[in-house]
Structure formats: structure tokens, C-alpha cells
Design a protein around this ligand. Structure first.
Ligand code: ADP
Ligand code: MG
Length: 730
């Protein structure tokens, strides 16, 4: 009998265990059981052969149509060429050997069906079209067509196909899984029986059997349902526990103060808050008044006005005698926040300076690139409590940064930060936890909100401030060269009217390995994307000669970045030529045009973010997506989608559909994805929602999982995996 922790060596023997460990990183019975088939084939069904890609590892079901052996002319040897078909297309299999040596002539005769696994290569006969082939594929005869079984039964049999891996015999996994299943001894089901009944789920043992050795498609789908549920459920239990634990922690309450700096600031705001800003503001104000830490995620599309909401919260904390930290993902954004917050506060932010208001506080900028002296001053401001608001980048997370009384952490543009970073700042408060407000402009689909951000409460700023103008978006395609000429003309017209323009390229382009998290080149044979240093001379000498052009990218010294941004903000530059460093948060209301070169190299959400840099004031925004992607291509479809709507939520769903799970969860959060084998954030919203409900109820009833030891064990495994992956990354 084998339980889940049993080493595979004990069940399968050393040799097979070694192969599985080396090839697939599978070590225990549990590992192997969770290595699910990638897909299933009917015996009666053949794999379509037309879509096979060069270099791809495949396992296909096909029927032998022709067997031909020939002696090689140049070298001593013999080649057996077998042609298989899916009924329409063909694939060639080649086996080389010496005549008389073992070559599968006898196994594979015309009419035989089999599974064939190997790496696809392309073969060009001297005459004729190129052909796909497998050289020395592994094979498994499934059955000859003449088998005497009842035709229907034979055709209905389900054959699991495991991901093919180099160096692994085609039958190894299936056979090993079979042995494991035959000896399997499972502990008590981790999911409570009443829950299983309520949700119509089958027992776990049946589910493992059904996913690896299904006899019917129904059985398979019940198995998948159960195993998928478990993935969602365990994750949600972890999150429910995290929420509960966080809610139980102490925090210093910071209720609003009448007549404090907060209300003074409000009285001076040059605009009315939107309804959404007021409602979310009230929610946050109430959270901050409690003796437990706030954990709130604020979502609001690009330009929704999240900064003001955050600033009001920060001032409430300052009024309560505490400090607030604002964490920005980039230096450019941190600098901008610093400028705009000091600007908005005016004399309210000039404590200790001539002209500072009586109840003023101080705003301090702390980034990794400060000179030693400035850095020392900033650290002192934070540690002494002189600074009510500290704005910074990840430099804020370092150990030597101390706060006198950190009451609130605001994380801007969270999609760039991982959970661990949120935690690092929380640690900076002794004897309690700060309140935490996380903001993101990348609208997060509900499923992601419920998983990656599942330990946070959510607020949404659903509407943009009134008077916000429209952004028109157009694709500038290769088949309409006149559009590109018009683009440069349009830029000149805007500049002549005193407006400003962004031009974004995917790369810097002066050296190798430069920045640009634009989608990588992808398909082979494409030219490398345009760099700003390549475009700059063209703009200066010809296309936009006479305009004042500034350059901004991540490799510049931070002081230079700051200086360029300032000149652009002050209107001393007409054009800002930049990489994606301006992707999030940059706010210059006088900028009206955004031109994105090689736009197809960016992701949908990224384009939406970039576009959000214009149309921020009362002036109409124009976004031009320059591309040489052909009409009808996938890339063009994406660009058309971006051009067709400014609804960030719609676009983020589209984006989600086009990305792989690990990408969705983000590099720092990819650890989660290893535990998600069947569950997808794209399609399983209902499962996630139900699991969340059940998990919350269960944890409310049994916070320590004392009555659910099986579940507690599963959870421990999940958290271990996560921790291990996190450690690997640091
Ligand atoms: P985001 O949500 O993308 O971070 P910002 O906070 O940068 O947006 O706000 C975008 C712009 O809108 C800023 O210039 C800000 O001053 C302005 N703004 C914010 N709230 C309002 C409002 N209620 N009415 C008018 N303008 C506003
Ligand atoms: Mg912002």
C-alpha cells in the first residue's frame, strides 16, 4: 500500500523512479498522482496533423498507411520510412538502423493505429513539398483496425495522453500511474463530507482514478470537477485564514479629526470629488478608525483619480499623529507623486519652512538613487516623524528605513509588486500593523481579485471625473503609409497649439539587453523593435525638426529623469520620447497625443495604461498605434480591440484570455500557479466563487482547522511549496 508521501522508488523501483525524478521532477506518489494527462484521445479519433509546429514535442494518434524500407546509398545503413495519417494530412516517421537490427517493421503495418511521440522536424525531399517528420519516435500500438472487439466499444475507449518529455518512454507514465493507483492508500478525505454532498463532488480516490483511467467521459468530467474544486478550495481556505488573522491584529485607530489638515486640504481642492471618490473615501475613513488594520484594494481605471483618495487617507493618518508611506513602482512615478503631492498641499506640506501653515506636515522623497546626504536627511525625516508623508520606491522596503509611527502604507500600481513586498512594509510597525491601501489601475478581473488579492477587501472607483475628455485611438497600419505621414504632421499641429506629445518605443535601442518590458519579439525572423535612440535622430533631423524633444528611459540617472519630467511638466518640451517608464501614473494634463511605435509589441493592458497618459485634462486625447502587423493577424486583432474601447475592464479580460496563468499571477506570484493544475483564472470564476464561500464559512467556524486535520495537512503542503518558491527567488 502506498500513501501520498511514499517515495516513488518504493513503488516503482529505482530505475523508473530515477527517470521520473530527472525528467519530470516527480518524487512521491502524490507528485505522480498530480501529474495529470494533458489531454485524452478516443481510440476512434485521430490527432489532426496539419497544425504541428517545427520543434514541438508531440504525441499523436495516427494510422499507418505506408511502410517502406530502403538501403542508404552513401553510408552503410537502412532506413524504415513509415507514413501515418489522420485521414487527411500525413506525417513521416523515420527509423534508422542496420538491416537486420530491430526496426519496428513488424509492429507497424498499414492499418495499425498507434500513439507516436517525438519532436517534429521539417524534411525537404529533393523534389516536392516540405514535410513534417518524427525521427525515431516512440510508439505504442493502440490496436489494429481489424481487432475483433465490438467496434463501438473499441472506438469509445479513452486514452490519456501525458505531456511528452524527452527521454521518457511513451508508456512509462501511464504504467507508473497505474501501479500507483492500484496500491494507493488515501487518508481521510480533506474536504468535509457534507460539503462534498452539497456541491455534488465525488470522493478523492474516485477522482484520481477518473482523471488517470477514465472509462467514460462522464467519469472524467466528474473527476476534473472534484480535483479542480480542491485546488480552488485549499487556496481559498489559505486566504480566508490570512484575512481572519489580519483582521484580528491590533492597529492604532486614526479617526478623522475635525479641523485638521485633512479638512483644510479638502476645502482647498480645486475640483469637486466624484461620487465614487467620496464613497470610497468614506469606506477608507471608517476602516482607518478601527483598531484593526485596513487591507483594502482600490481599483480604478486609468485617470479615475485614485491619488486624491489616497492623499485624503494619508492626511487622516497624519491628523491622527501618524505617518503614511506611499510606495510607487518606478522612480519616475515616485518623483511625480512627490511633486504633485507637495504641489497639492502647498503650505500644508511645508512644516518647518518659512510660509508653512500652522498645522503643516512634511513630505519626503526616498528613492534608491538619492545622494548620501539627501538620503540621510530623508531617513532622518522618516525616523524622527518629521515627515508625515514619505514617498518612495522599493527603497522604502529596506531594513534601515525606520518610521517613528507608520500608520498607513499606500501601494500604488500594485500589479508591479508582489505580496511579499506588501508584507515587508507591514513589518515596519512594532506592536501592531499599519493600515494598508493597495491601488491598481490595471482593472483586475474578479477571479484574480479573489485569488492573488484574495486577502484584501475591494473598492472600485467606477467612474472618471466629470469633464474628462475622450481619447480617440487609431491604428496606423502598414498598408496605409499616408497615415504615418499624417501622424508626424498631426504632432506638429498639436505642438503649434502649445500641446504636448508622448512618443513611446519598445526599447532604448543603444545597447544590448536594454529595458522594455514590452512583449518580446516572439515569432522568429521579425526585426527587433524600434528603439528610442534609433528614432531620435530621425525625429530631430527630419520628421519633427524644430520641436523640443526630451528623452526618458530607465537607464538615465534619476536626477536626469526628474529633470526631463519636470521640463515636460512645465511645458519646456513639446515631445517626450520614452520607453514604458511612463507607463503608469504619469500625469501631465496638457499632453494630448500619445504615439506608440511598434505597438504590437506591447500587451493590451500596457497599451491601455500608456494611452491613459493623454486626455487627462479638458483636452481631447489622441492615441496612435503604429504597427507593421498585417491585417487579420493576431497582433492586429489586439490593436483593433484596444482602439475599439476605452473600457479597461473589457480589455483586461481580453488580456487575461491571451496570457498564460503564470503571467497573470505575475513573476513574484507564480508560486501560486504551481498548485493550480486544472483551475484556470480565465474560465473558472464560478468554482472560485463557490470555493471562496465555503472556505470563508469553514474558517469562520473552525479557524485553526482543528476539526479538519486532512485539510490542515493539504494547506501546509501548499504553503510550503509557496514558501520554497519564494525562497528560491530571493
Ligand atoms: P489615477 O487614478 O490614474 O491615478 P490620478 O489620481 O493621477 O488618476 O488623477 C488623474 C487626474 O485627474 C489628476 O490630474 C487629478 O488631479 C485629476 N482629478 C482627480 N479627481 C478629480 C475630480 N474629482 N475632478 C476633476 N479632476 C480630478
Ligand atoms: Mg495613479
Amino acid at each position: 500500500m502506498a500513501n501520498l508521501d511514499e517515495p516513488l522508488r518504493k513503488v516503482l523501483g529505482d530505475k523508473t523512479a530515477k527517470v521520473l525524478a530527472k525528467g519530470l521532477d516527480l518524487h512521491t506518489v502524490g507528485d505522480l498522482l498530480h501529474h495529470y494527462p494533458r489531454r485524452y484521445a478516443h481510440r476512434g479519433e485521430l490527432t489532426p496533423l496539419s497544425g504541428l509546429q517545427d520543434g514541438e514535442h508531440v504525441t499523436v494518434m495516427a494510422e499507418v498507411v505506408k511502410v517502406q524500407g530502403r538501403t542508404l546509398t552513401r553510408s552503410p545503413g537502412y532506413v524504415l520510412e513509415i507514413t501515418v495519417t489522420d485521414g487527411t494530412g500525413e506525417l513521416k516517421l523515420s527509423f534508422f538502423g542496420r538491416k537486420g537490427s530491430y526496426i519496428p517493421e513488424r509492429d507497424l503495418s498499414p492499418g495499425t493505429r498507434g500513439l507516436f511521440a517525438g519532436k517534429i522536424s521539417t524534411y525537404r525531399p529533393r523534389s516536392g513539398r516540405e514535410q513534417r517528420q518524427l525521427t525515431h519516435p516512440q510508439y505504442k500500438v493502440v490496436a489494429a483496425r481489424s481487432a475483433e472487439q465490438a467496434a463501438q466499444e473499441w472506438a469509445d475507449e479513452i486514452i490519456p495522453i501525458y505531456p511528452s518529455t524527452k527521454g521518457l518512454d511513451i508508456e512509462t507514465i501511464g504504467k507508473s500511474v497505474g501501479m500507483v493507483l492500484d496500491q494507493l492508500e488515501l487518508p481521510a478525505d480533506p474536504v468535509p463530507a457534507p460539503l462534498l454532498t452539497r456541491r455534488g463532488l465525488i470522493p478523492l480516490a474516485e477522482a484520481y482514478e477518473g482523471i488517470h483511467r477514465p472509462k467514460t467521459w462522464d467519469e472524467l468530467s466528474r473527476a476534473r470537477k472534484r480535483l479542480k474544486w480542491d485546488e480552488a478550495f485549499v487556496l481559498q481556505v489559505a486566504l480566508a485564514q490570512r484575512r481572519r488573522a489580519a483582521a484580528a491584529l491590533p492597529a492604532k485607530p486614526r479617526p478623522p479629526v475635525v479641523g485638521g489638515i485633512g479638512s483644510e486640504f479638502e476645502a482647498r481642492l480645486p475640483f469637486d470629488l466624484t461620487k465614487g471618490q467620496r464613497e470610497v473615501g468614506d469606506e477608507i475613513a471608517a476602516d482607518l478608525s478601527l483598531a484593526h488594520p485596513m487591507h483594502r484594494l482600490l481599483q480604478g481605471d486609468v485617470g479615475a483619480g485614485k491619488t486624491v483618495v489616497a492623499l485624503r487617507a494619508m492626511l487622516q493618518v497624519v491628523d491622527g499623529g501618524g505617518q503614511a508611506a506611499l510606495l510607487a513602482p518606478t522612480e519616475v512615478l515616485a518623483q511625480q507623486h512627490f511633486r504633485s503631492i507637495t504641489g497639492m498641499l502647498g503650505d500644508l506640506g511645508q512644516a518647518g519652512q518659512i510660509g508653512g501653515a500652522d498645522n503643516a506636515t512634511r513630505v519626503t522623497l526616498l528613492t534608491g538613487s538619492l545622494g548620501a546626504k539627501a538620503r540621510k536627511a530623508a531617513l532622518l525625516d522618516a525616523a524622527s516623524g518629521t515627515a508625515g508623508i514619505v514617498v518612495g520606491t522599493h527603497a522604502l522596503l529596506q531594513d534601515n528605513v525606520q518610521f517613528a509611527d507608520l500608520g498607513l502604507v499606500v501601494v500604488d500600481e500594485q500589479h508591479r509588486f508582489g505580496v511579499e513586498q506588501r508584507d515587508a512594509l507591514r513589518e515596519k510597525v512594532s506592536g501592531g500593523r499599519p493600515h494598508v491601501l493597495v491601488m491598481t489601475a490595471t482593472p483586475i478581473p474578479r477571479t484574480v481579485a479573489m485569488t492573488v488579492f484574495g486577502d484584501l477587501e475591494t473598492s472600485v472607483l467606477g467612474q472618471l471625473p466629470a469633464g474628462r475628455s475622450e481619447i480617440g485611438t487609431h491604428v496606423v497600419p502598414p498598408e496605409r503609409p499616408a497615415f504615418l505621414a499624417r501622424t508626424w504632421e498631426r504632432i506638429r499641429e498639436e505642438a503649434a497649439q502649445g500641446r504636448q506629445i508622448y512618443i513611446v518605443c519598445p526599447r532604448i535601442g543603444e545597447q544590448e539587453g536594454d529595458e522594455g518590458d514590452a512583449a518580446p519579439a516572439g515569432e522568429e525572423g521579425r526585426r527587433s523593435p524600434l528603439g528610442i535612440m534609433e528614432l531620435l535622430p530621425m525625429l530631430e533631423d527630419e520628421l519633427l525638426s524644430g520641436l523640443r524633444i526630451g528623452v526618458l528611459h530607465g537607464k538615465l540617472h534619476p536626477d536626469e529623469k526628474d529633470a526631463v519630467m519636470r521640463r515636460f511638466t512645465d511645458g519646456d518640451l513639446d515631445v517626450l520620447l520614452a520607453t514604458t517608464v511612463i507607463e503608469v501614473g504619469v500625469d501631465v494634463p496638457n499632453a494630448t497625443v500619445m504615439v506608440i511605435m511598434d505597438a504590437d509589441r506591447f500587451g493590451v493592458s500596457q497599451l491601455h495604461q500608456l494611452r491613459g497618459r493623454v486626455g487627462r485634462g479638458s483636452l481631447h486625447g489622441l492615441c496612435l498605434l503604429v504597427t507593421d502587423a498585417e491585417p487579420g493577424s493576431k497582433a492586429r486583432e489586439r490593436l483593433d480591440a484596444v482602439a475599439s474601447t476605452t473600457d479597461g475592464f473589457k480589455l483586461s479580460r481580453l488580456d487575461l484570455e491571451q496570457r498564460r496563468e503564470g503571467d497573470v499571477l505575475g513573476a513574484t506570484q507564480a508560486g501560486r500557479s504551481s498548485s493550480l493544475r486544472l483551475l484556470t483564472l480565465q474560465r473558472d470564476e464560478d468554482v472560485i466563487k463557490d470555493a471562496r464561500e465555503e472556505a470563508t464559512a469553514l474558517v469562520d467556524q473552525d479557524p485553526g482547522l482543528d476539526d479538519h486535520p486532512g485539510l490542515a495537512a493539504e494547506l501546509a503542503t501548499l504553503l510550503d511549496e509557496e514558501r520554497a518558491e519564494y525562497l528560491e527567488k530571493t
